[in-house]
Write a protein that binds this ligand. Structure first.
Ligand SMILES: *Cc1c(COP(=O)(O)O)cnc(C)c1O
Length: 381
């Protein structure tokens, strides 16, 4: 058998200049938290997103946590959140002792349903007398959510939006970059994301005071004093100058990597175009521009002749990784008992959905291997 390397779902892809930035940190002995790479990476993120203020942090989860703190979320406050997401979106609500109010998806973008969002807001007001204090809005697999509708609702009820663009750096809606829609916005640079610093995140906002506060809280909330004085609870959430050097190198190739992920999506469009019973998760219209961080699909077994688990195992036997969609948060044991609004669409998608290998480092050779493997599966029907 061949000794070809495994094809991963989404693995780190360095552009070539990352080590130069890391080396410069060593050369100048900025082997420290903070330093020129952190400043440079933050300014790269600001320029790219069009959001004027950014704080580089240790993770996307830390960025969401600080966003909640900055918005004053405390014990027993209610926070709306997409149920169809990764746990990093919702865990920080619990860190604050607050209550997640999970809202299900709509079929066009698989993101938060504006209808169920409004239903949830009205029902919480009816039940508790208070409206939820914030909304965490996810763009799944890079696909923009129905931003016009959701922003209209949140404006009407005066609920601030934390935009969880962890998977959506490089995506845009009506020509504006995702991450530029929230009152506060979050990117992640975890190892599997569209660009990576091995681990990291960022918080962005138009509101300078908030980002200044995020940097303060992220460095243990040290008051101005020569000794260490603390009047606020702090966190150790700041990105280091070494890690930020990787980020600066990755920013040089971000747009190329988006193109490569979109090329993977086009490849799957061609491959599955003729296969009945397989539907690719694609942009509903030209307002939506996805980075296609992960290409996802759903399989109707009655028509396709196989289900997603058969397809996943078939690919795995050929050393090709694929993965079920995110398991909705309202079905996770740890979030059992918290309020949920929706018609369980995300559960149906989870049951029949699969994420395909989508890395920007996959080329013609890998595409040929994936195609060959799937053609054998299609023939077996
Ligand atoms: C990855 C991810 C996060 C968390 O980011 P980390 O950097 O891994 O902490 C949050 N939300 C979503 C939707 C993600 O995909």
């Amino acid at each position: 058998m061949s000794e070809l390397p495994k094809i991963w779902l989404s693995s780190p892809h360095m552009g070539g200049h990352e080590q130069e930035f890391v080396q410069s940190a060593f050369d100048t002995n900025w082997v420290a938290p903070l330093g020129p790479n952190v400043d440079g990476f933050e300014s790269d993120l600001q320029n790219y997103s069009g959001v004027p203020h950014a704080a580089a942090l240790t993770s996307g989860t830390a960025a969401i946590h600080l966003a909640l703190i900055i918005l004053g979320i405390k014990q027993q406050d209610e926070v709306l959140v997409s149920t169809f997401t990764f746990s990093g979106s919702i865990n920080p609500i619990i860190y604050q002792g607050a209550i997640p109010i999970m809202v299900d998806s709509e079929p066009d973008t698989w993101n938060m349903s504006p209808q169920y969002l409004e239903k949830a807001i009205l029902d919480r007001i009816a039940k508790t007398g208070n409206k939820p204090k914030a909304l965490i809005l996810v763009h799944l697999y890079g696909m923009p959510a129905k931003l016009d509708e959701i922003i209209e609702i949140c404006t009407r009820y005066e609920i601030p939006i934390i935009e969880d663009a962890a998977e959506a750096l490089g995506s845009s809606y009506k020509g504006k970059k995702l991450g530029a829609f929230g009152d506060l916005s979050v990117y992640s640079f975890n190892g599997n994301k569209i660009i990576t610093t091995s681990g990291g995140g960022a918080l962005l906002s138009e509101n300078e005071d908030w980002i200044v506060k995020a940097r303060f809280l992220a460095t243990q909330a040290r008051d101005k004093a020569v000794h260490y004085e603390h009047s606020t609870l702090g966190y150790n959430y700041r990105m280091s100058n070494i890690i930020a050097g990787i980020g600066r190198g990755q920013m040089l190739v971000l747009d190329q990597w988006v193109e490569k992920r979109r090329k993977m999506h086009e490849f799957y469009q061609r491959l599955f175009g003729e296969i009945d019973g397989i539907e690719l998760f694609s942009e509903p219209n030209a307002d939506y521009f996805s980075n296609h961080w992960l290409t996802a699909l759903t399989i109707d077994k009655r028509i396709a002749g196989f289900d997603r688990e058969e397809m996943r195992l078939h690919l795995l036997a050929d050393d090709i990784e694929s993965r079920p969609l995110w398991k909705p948060m309202h079905t996770q044991p740890v979030f059992k008992g918290f309020p949920y609004y929706g018609d369980r669409l995300s559960e149906s998608l989870f049951a029949i959905g699969l994420c395909m290998p989508s890395g920007s480092n996959l080329g013609d050779l890998e595409r040929a291997r994936i195609e060959k493997s799937l053609n054998r599966l299609f023939l077996k029907r």
